[in-house]
Design a protein around this ligand. Structure first.
Ligand code: SF4
Length: 371
């Protein structure tokens, strides 16, 4: 086990129109804020439940909170929401939600249902952590936007609450993946507070086994996240050598492939956990059997599984998707040599909700949330 002490981010107070954004606090933060206001800790706990379990949008309906407390809350605090800018429905059941933030910027969340296994439905929500992204991975359309800003913890967790409300209680979200717009670990504190709310029994009540945070490999932040929360980590790898990775992922200049792999080896993972390595396959670039052989070498000593993602072609990039046969051969090469490897099925292609396509949606393409 690591001897490093756990990373404890400092709780920040977020304001909206001069009032405190209550949803930006995790439960402990909200309780502490209530004490600072001269009220009781347990009132903070009660309000936290109303916000996340009941999804209330006003203080008047918080019936176990005294009228006097509700009055000062209405003066000093606010309950924030993302404004729906529409939702697109794919033929395959995938839904892409477009949200407008308070400053007019837009973000997206993608709901990916898998109801094929009765009693074991998997309903995954892919959420955003930033407006735009600074990482500039060459194959990714979101990267073209550049980074506009970090999302607040409330903007991150609200994506989960608001999609859950849209789906209704019969279709609870089972899995969260932070693979939408942005590099989550570039907004480390923001995602930690949002995830705490997601994990809280009195919050969104999700399991840490069902939450996955993706990263391009921000090495120091990976260590901090792992020490702060027991969630799953996915590394966006996309290359089998340093030179190759430098061509598509500029972050490699800062944290080399060697350093990234060594960090993955050193992370104190719980017994049953493996790091997922996402590998976007681009025809003629990283899909040869030499690449597969190098990948095996890289994975030696890492508790890993590889997720192959055949590239989703789009007019903005001259990158081709490998043939289905090539992807199968690549996977077979890895699996037959003892590497855990799966191929991600492309979902939501007809609504540009597939991997690497977020951030290009227009409001004209979307329909109102209730449609
Ligand atoms: S792949 Fe992820 S980290 Fe890279 S530019 Fe796109 S959103 Fe950012």
């Amino acid at each position: 086990m690591s001897t490093e002490s756990a990373y404890i981010p400092r709780q920040k107070c977020f304001e909206r129109d001069g009032r405190t954004d209550l949803k930006a606090f995790d439960r402990a933060g909200l309780e502490a804020w209530f004490i600072e206001q001269g009220d009781k800790r347990f009132r903070g706990h009660q309000v936290f439940k109303w916000l996340w379990q009941r999804g209330l949008d006003n203080f008047d309906e918080m019936t176990n909170i005294p009228k006097q407390t509700r009055t000062w809350l209405a003066e000093k605090a606010t309950i924030t929401w993302l404004k729906s800018a529409g939702v697109q429905h794919s033929k395959d059941g995938t839904r892409k939600y477009l949200w407008e933030c308070h400053d007019g910027s837009h973000i997206e969340s993608v709901y990916i249902p898998d109801e094929d296994h009765p009693g074991k439905a998997r309903r995954t929500l892919c959420i955003s952590s930033q407006v735009g992204c600074a990482m500039a991975c060459t194959f990714c359309l979101t990267g073209d936007l550049g980074l506009k800003r970090n999302l607040s913890p409330s903007e991150i967790a609200n994506q989960v609450l608001q999609v859950a409300q849209d789906l209704g209680p019969e279709k609870p979200i089972t899995n969260i993946v932070m693979m939408g717009m942005g590099e989550p670990l570039h907004n480390l504190d923001g995602i930690i507070f949002a995830i705490r709310t997601m994990l809280d029994d009195d919050g969104l009540n999700l399991s840490h086994r069902k939450i996955t945070v993706s990263t391009v490999g921000l090495v120091p932040a990976m260590k901090k996240l792992q020490s702060a929360l027991p969630v799953n980590i996915a590394v966006s790898l996309n290359a089998s050598s340093e030179e190759q990775r430098l061509q598509v992922m500029p972050i490699t200049r800062k944290y080399s492939l060697d350093e990234l792999i060594q960090t993955c080896k050193d992370l104190p993972l719980p017994k049953a956990k493996r790091i997922t390595f996402e590998y976007v396959m681009m025809a003629g670039f990283n899909d040869s059997m030499e690449d597969a052989a190098r990948l095996i070498g890289l994975m030696r000593g890492v508790k890993s599984k590889i997720n192959l993602i055949p590239y989703n072609e789009n007019p903005a990039r001259d990158i081709k998707r490998p043939s289905a046969e090539r992807v199968k051969d690549f996977q077979h090469y890895l699996v037959s040599r003892g590497v855990h490897c799966s191929v991600r099925v492309t979902r939501g292609k007809d609504i540009s909700a597939a991997c690497g396509q977020l951030g290009k949606a227009s409001k004209e393409e979307a329909v109102p949330l209730s449609a």
